[in-house]
Design a protein around this ligand. Structure first.
Ligand code: ADP
Ligand code: MG
Length: 726
């Protein structure tokens, strides 16, 4: 094994970049060519089918069989031109990642052969055996049926030889078994709640959109070295490993030159993404060595979330072509930064107004402040729930660990908006208000410049930061489905906007003008939030933890405990009131969350124990044996071992550490065996949380051995090799 590790390292180091594809065409010419988008609809559908389909997409009308057949016919023609042979319903179950079941597009032709077929039924609905997907007990396994149904608002796309149809995944009794269903409901709730408020400002608004722009962080490691690390392969992170002498302390990786093998990977990825209509825009090195980030141009939330799921699949595939494996884990390496997925989020209208950006005039700015304040109020009301929505066994390694995010949800406003809110709240009730913009007609009482956020006014320690025209929810983990966070955020804002509109209506019926009615409703809300959810300081300090508790913000640090947020009466009221989840679905989802939490830690503990016993101890003993022989030989030549103090001390260290590893591995195994016996999902998760605390105990003597044992004998690729080869 010792020789093998060196061979692997040598091989990886010498790898040359596989040249990336270089399309002859401009991006704009191949962008979206593998998506059945509007352009294809116009080309491949007859006019009545097109009209009905657009009514489904834009007006939310149900898809009838005749339309489905017509659409399927057109899609088939398009797919055949791309040499497609299979179709799959592509969905997002409650696991990480996506699921797909492929069917060949053939049927008997009645003459002993087959013909290509694809009809409306195959497009609209499929019944995958749902029993092996997590459901939290919604479906007992004997009634394993769930079904997938096409979401016409998500465009159909081609991957390799397969036509992929984005679908929702639902049980036969109607409960959602996926991320997409509740996300769509939350988006419907928030856009419908925002609409009447927008109409107070501009009656011509007829639709509101929720927007998401994600920033995906990831690590790349050489695939040969990856394969030699069981822990990386099975759990997605290193469970041992001594921190390398150089890691990120020089800050020389961030925005550094992109290594050529990585650049080739990025290029191929971008080409594939652009063909699939995913508007990838930004790519750069991240803070940690071998850590990178990519981001698209933001889009409608449901679509953008689909695209994030597609991108993660593409990254897995394309990385292999370049001899890499992508790590999405939130904390693959101890001691250096982990990976997140910032969710940039905003609302906008069909008239082109960004509701979280300063307006062009007084009313525009009042509209901006209205949405701004209501978002903050929703985040305050459900701060514990929002934290729960991003919590997981893996994200727990980031939460509260001195890198975004702290385990408390607060919002960062920046100097300008903090000053604006403070000023607004001081104004006596009923004051006619003018909030002037840059082009404000008069010197208003409160001024908001049109563009006011500069990059220095950023607080990296805040989990929820205002960045000029959007909020950036930074706490989302790198492997997560963005929907987890987006469902809660959009639903919470929907609830708040509904309450706000009702309160404004009351003021209006008392005869106030629109602006005064809005201001008078806003002011008490601002007073309630400005010194609670709004926090401009350093989110990593202990002082903030105390201060946050005093302010009544949720400071829970236990992940299994956080999940209970979902079934608190306030949360149930919010989710049922917005039509996003039933109470039964919330309970079932919590079961899934606790189960997943326990399983992840159970797998890690089992991998840790095996590696300790099968890899680490044998390597340490091999070196010990060699040292013992050395001492023995010395004695036979010089008559005494008195001069072998270094060897003897090494032998003692190894003996002690091996004993410690053996003991701690045993303790870990025993603890996991007892935890497995616990029936109740929550109680079992709590037991596994305790087990996770034992990991460091076992890791310590192993990392010590790594420092002591002959480098040539050490079986596992080291951090310096994993992190600096690209
Ligand atoms: P930074 O790292 O400075 O935060 P990036 O350019 O890496 O910025 O990513 C910003 C992300 O935010 C991009 O996906 C971008 O499209 C998205 N974004 C920009 N404006 C909005 C908006 N109004 N709503 C939602 N997302 C937005
Ligand atoms: Mg950002």
């Amino acid at each position: 094994m010792s020789i093998e590790r060196f061979d692997l390292v040598k091989e990886s180091f010498g790898k040359k970049a596989v040249p990336a594809e270089r399309p002859e065409k401009k991006i704009s010419e191949y962008f979206g060519e593998l998506v059945f988008d509007r352009k294809k609809m116009h080309k491949y559908l007859d006019s009545s089918t097109l009209k009905s389909l657009l009514e489904c997409i834009e007006g939310g009308k149900p898809l009838d069989r005749k339309t489905a057949d017509g659409v399927a016919e057109g899609m088939k023609e398009w797919a055949m031109e791309h040499h497609v042979t299979h179709v799959c319903h592509w969905f997002q179950p409650l696991t990480e990642g996506t699921a797909e079941k492929h069917d060949a597009l053939i049927d008997y032709d009645g003459k002993g052969g087959v013909i290509e077929t694809f009809d409306g039924k195959a497009l609209a609905q499929q019944e995958p055996d749902a029993s092996s997907f997590p459901s939290g007990g919604i479906r007992a396994t004997f009634e394993a049926r769930g079904y997938t149904a096409w979401d016409p608002t998500s465009p159909v796309f081609i991957q390799d030889d397969t036509l992929c149809i984005p679908t929702v995944f639902i049980s036969y009794t109607g409960e959602a078994l996926d991320y997409k269903t509740p996300l769509k409901k939350a988006l419907k709730a928030v856009t419908e709640a925002a609409l009447p408020i927008c109409r107070l400002f501009d009656p011509s608004v007829s639709k509101v959109f929720s927007y998401l722009g994600w920033e995906q962080e990831y690590f790349l490691v050489d695939e040969a070295l990856y394969a030699a690390r069981t822990d990386l392969m099975i759990t997605g992170r290193t469970l041992f490993g001594h921190i390398s002498s150089k890691s990120q302390q020089l800050d020389d990786h961030y925005f550094g030159a992109i290594p050529s093998r990585v650049a080739a990977f990025m290029r191929d990825l971008e080409i594939a993404a652009h063909r699939l209509g995913i508007p990838l825009k930004t790519r750069h090195n991240e803070v940690a060595p071998n850590q990178f980030e990519l981001a698209p141009i933001y889009g409608e939330t449901n679509l953008s979330n689909d695209q994030n799921q597609i991108i993660m699949n593409l990254m897995d595939k394309i990385a292999r072509k370049h001899g890499f494996v992508v790590l999405f884990h939130e904390k693959p390496f101890a001691g250096i930064n982990g990976s997140g997925k910032h969710n940039n989020w905003s609302l906008g209208t069909d008239t082109g107004v960004q509701l979280l950006a300063p307006g062009k005039d007084a009313m525009g700015n009042l509209q901006f402040v209205t949405f701004f304040v209501n978002v903050l109020a929703a985040v305050q009301r459900h701060n514990g729930l929002l934290k729960a929505s991003i919590a997981s066994a893996t994200n727990a390694h980031r939460l509260g660990a001195n890198e975004a995010p702290p385990a408390i949800v607060s919002a960062f406003l920046g100097r300008t908006m903090t000053a604006v809110l403070r000023k607004l709240v001081e104004l006596p009730s009923g004051t006619p208000i003018e909030i002037a913009g840059k082009k404000g007609q008069s010197v208003g009482l409160v001024e908001i410049p049109e563009i006011f956020i500069d990059n220095t006014d950023r607080n990296r320690t805040s989990p929820f930061a205002f960045t000029g025209n959007r909020f950036e929810f930074r706490a989302v983990g790198s492997p997560a489905n963005c929907a987890g966070a987006m469902i809660t955020l959009n639903a919470a804002v929907a609830e708040q906007l509904k309450d706000f509109k009702a309160a404004v209506d009351k003021e209006l019926s008392a005869g106030k003008t629109t602006d005064i009615a809005i201001m008078d409703t806003l002011k008490p809300i601002i007073a309630e939030i400005i010194d609670v959810i709004c926090f401009e300081g350093n989110g990593y300090t202990d002082a903030w933890k105390e201060e946050a508790a005093r302010r009544g913000l949720d400071t829970e640090t236990s992940v299994p405990e956080m999940f209970k947020q979902f079934t608190r009466p306030e949360s149930v009221r919010m989710f049922t009131g917005t039509g996003v989840f039933s109470e039964k679905e919330l309970e079932a989802r919590n079961e899934v969350k606790w189960e997943t939490y326990s399983k992840k830690i159970q797998i890690e503990s089992s991998v840790m124990v095996r590696m300790a016993i099968n890899h680490i101890i044998p390597a340490a003993l091999t070196y010990k044996e060699r040292l013992l022989e050395e001492v023995e030989r010395h004695k036979s030549v010089f008559g005494s071992a008195d001069e072998c103090s270094a060897e003897l001390s090494l032998i003692r260290t190894i003996t002690d550490s091996v004993a410690e590893v053996y003991r701690k591995a045993g303790a870990l195994r025993d603890a996991a065996v007892s935890a497995e016996k616990i029936e109740d999902a929550y109680t079992r998760a709590v037991a596994y949380q305790e087990i996770a605390l034992l990991f460091d105990d076992l890791r310590r003597p192993i990392d010590l051995l790594e420092e002591v044992v002959d480098n040539k004998i050490w079986p596992l690729p080291k951090y310096r090799e994993l992190l600096f080869i690209s």
